[in-house]
Write a protein that binds this ligand. Structure first.
Ligand code: PEP
Length: 246
C-alpha cells in the first residue's frame, strides 16, 4: 500500500551537463512503474531538469517557511513549484548543522511545503556521539515530535531517517538498528497523526545507500525507500538502487 520512493539528493553538485544522467534514471523509472523516482538537483537546475525529463519527479533540497519577503538567497514553496518541483526535502542534517535549523524551523518549512501542495521529506537522524551514548532513539523521537506538522497527511509527508554518521561515510547501521529505528518512527507518527495516517506515510532510509546494500536495507519492513546522496549523481550508481527497490 505504500509505494516505494527512491529520492536522489544532488546537494551542491551538478551542472546542466549533469542533467544528461536523468535519461538513464528516467528509463529505469519507466521500467519500474511501482517505484517513485525523485531527483532533487540544486535549485538552479530544477526548471531545466523538469523540462528535460517529465518522467522523473523533481524535488527541491530546501524551502523557506515564508511565502515572500526579505529573505535574501531563499526560495519559497511557490517559487519552487513554478520552477517545477513537486516535493522538497526539509531539515536535512547538513542544514540542521550548517545553518543551525531547529525542529521548529523545520516544522515551519514542512508546513509551507505542504500548504503549497507539495510533499515534504522531513529528515531526522542522530549523530555518532548520540548513538554511542545510547540516545539515538530519544533523539530521533524528539525530532519527529518537533519537526513533523501535527496535521500532516500521508500524501504530503515523507520522513527520512538519516543517521549523520552514515551520510557520505560508506558506513551504514545494522539491519537490526534500522528495523528498530523505523518501527519507532512509525509508532511516533501514529501517536502524532493517528494510526491510519502513520501506516500510509513513507519512511525512507538515508546514509551511504548504494547498489551493494540497497536490497537489504529496502527489505526492512518499515523502510519504504531511500534518500540517496552520492550514489544519485550518476545513472550508473542510481539505477541499481531503483532496480533493488522494484
Ligand atoms: C544524504 O545526504 O541525504 C545522503 C543520504 O547522502 P549519502 O547517500 O551520500 O550518504
Amino acid at each position: 500500500m505504500r509505494r516505494t520512493l527512491i529520492a536522489g539528493n544532488w546537494k551542491m553538485n551538478g551542472s546542466r551537463a549533469a542533467l544528461a544522467e536523468l535519461a538513464g534514471m528516467a528509463a529505469a523509472a519507466a521500467e519500474h512503474p511501482g517505484v517513485d523516482v525523485v531527483v532533487c538537483p540544486p535549485a538552479t537546475l530544477i526548471a531545466a531538469a523538469r523540462d528535460a525529463r517529465s518522467d522523473v519527479i523533481i524535488g527541491a533540497q530546501d524551502c523557506h517557511a515564508a511565502a515572500a519577503g526579505p529573505y535574501t538567497g531563499c526560495l519559497s514553496a511557490a517559487m519552487l513549484i513554478e520552477a517545477g518541483a513537486t516535493l522538497s526535502i526539509v531539515g536535512h542534517s547538513e542544514r540542521r548543522t550548517g545553518q543551525h535549523e531547529t525542529d521548529a524551523e523545520v516544522r515551519a518549512k514542512a508546513i509551507a511545503v505542504m500548504a503549497a501542495g507539495m510533499t515534504a521529506i522531513v529528515c531526522v537522524g542522530e549523530t555518532e556521539a548520540q548513538r554511542d551514548a545510547g540516545d539515538a532513539m530519544p533523539v530521533v523521537a524528539a525530532q519527529v515530535a518537533g519537526s513533523v506538522p501535527d496535521d500532516a497527511t500521508a500524501d504530503r509527508l515523507v520522513v527520512a531517517y538519516e543517521p549523520l554518521w552514515a551520510i557520505g561515510t560508506g558506513r551504514v547501521p545494522s539491519i537490526a538498528d534500522v528495523t528498530e529505528m523505523h518501527a519507532m518512527i512509525r509508532t511516533r507518527l501514529s501517536a502524532k497523526l493517528g494510526a491510519e495516517t502513520a501506516a500510509a506515510v513513507r519512511i525512507l532510509y538515508g546514509g551511504s545507500m548504494n547498489a551493494g546494500n540497497a536490497a537489504a536495507l529496502l527489505a526492512v519492513a518499515d523502510v519504504d525507500g531511500g534518500l540517496v546522496g552520492g550514489a544519485s549523481l550518476t545513472a550508473d550508481a542510481f539505477v541499481p538502487i531503483i532496480r533493488a527497490a522494484a
